[in-house]
Design a protein around this ligand. Structure first.
Ligand SMILES: Cc1cc2nc3c(=O)[nH]c(=O)nc-3n(C[C@H](O)[C@H](O)[C@H](O)COP(=O)(O)O)c2cc1C
Length: 207
């Protein structure tokens, strides 16, 4: 077999365990202050390589800028966002996640930390979001990030929905069930106590 027949690391996907959560905490500017064991296991980075680094250390080149723009606008207002993100592992492989964010403030109302919890994204959703992200990346490269943003806004306006609603529609679940899906399994302890009901949701999303 010719060596060109082998896929490059960039073509290779890391399959996530749908019951486990990838968690990280950053300061107000997105500098990593904590990453859980599963984050390190999947990204391939050691703790000392992540601490103090900007979170874009795992940014994948296929991700459109506009998605992160929307993400930061939302979390800087203290709002959650369920984004579908393709991440880059240290060895060049990739993994798709679905996010859940939480923002913590000090007593003066300044942002102290952002918490991100991520779980495996169902493959049928990945296929659809990949098409959209490819279009957005192409517009960003051939025209400009602003044009991609206008395209994205136009698309959502036409559907009369927000980015999250777009994602929820793709997933076929409502916001409450998605939040409980993250909350119940967001800790190592919770991970082992996913209720039968949540397992049902998991099953629906991953079959
Ligand atoms: C708590 C938190 C978690 C984040 N998680 C990710 C992530 O998993 N993948 C990613 O590419 N960006 C993530 N980001 C966004 C990055 O900070 C960054 O905006 C993004 O990678 C795009 O890079 P850029 O801002 O340099 O263009 C996260 C930000 C915060 C605050």
């Amino acid at each position: 077999m010719n060596e060109l027949d082998y896929p490059t690391p960039l073509d290779r996907e890391i399959k996530l365990d749908p019951s486990r959560v990838i968690m990280s905490k950053t300061d107000s500017r997105g500098i990593i202050e904590y990453a859980n064991d599963y984050f390190m296991e999947i990204s391939g980075y050691e703790e000392y390589e992540l601490m103090g680094q900007p979170h874009n250390i795992i940014r994948h080149p296929d991700m459109p800028k506009v998605i992160f723009k929307v993400l930061w606008e939302r979390i800087n207002k203290g709002e959650n966002i369920h984004a579908l993100v393709k991440n880059l592992a240290k060895d060049g492989r990739f993994y798709w996640v679905l996010t859940n964010f939480e923002t913590k403030y000090d007593t003066d109302g300044n942002i102290v930390s952002h918490y991100a919890r991520r779980k495996a994204a169902p493959s049928n959703v990945i296929y659809q979001i990949e098409k959209l992200y490819k279009t957005l990346r192409a517009i960003e490269e051939r025209q400009s990030p602003e044009t991609a943003e206008r395209y994205f806004e136009g698309l959502l306006e036409e559907k009369g929905i927000t980015y999250d609603e777009f994602i929820l529609n793709l997933l076929g679940v409502n916001e409450n069930s998605l939040i409980s899906y993250f909350v119940d399994s967001s800790t190592e302890m919770g991970k082992n106590t996913i209720t039968a009901k949540k397992k049902g949701l998991l099953k629906r999303m991953f079959t």
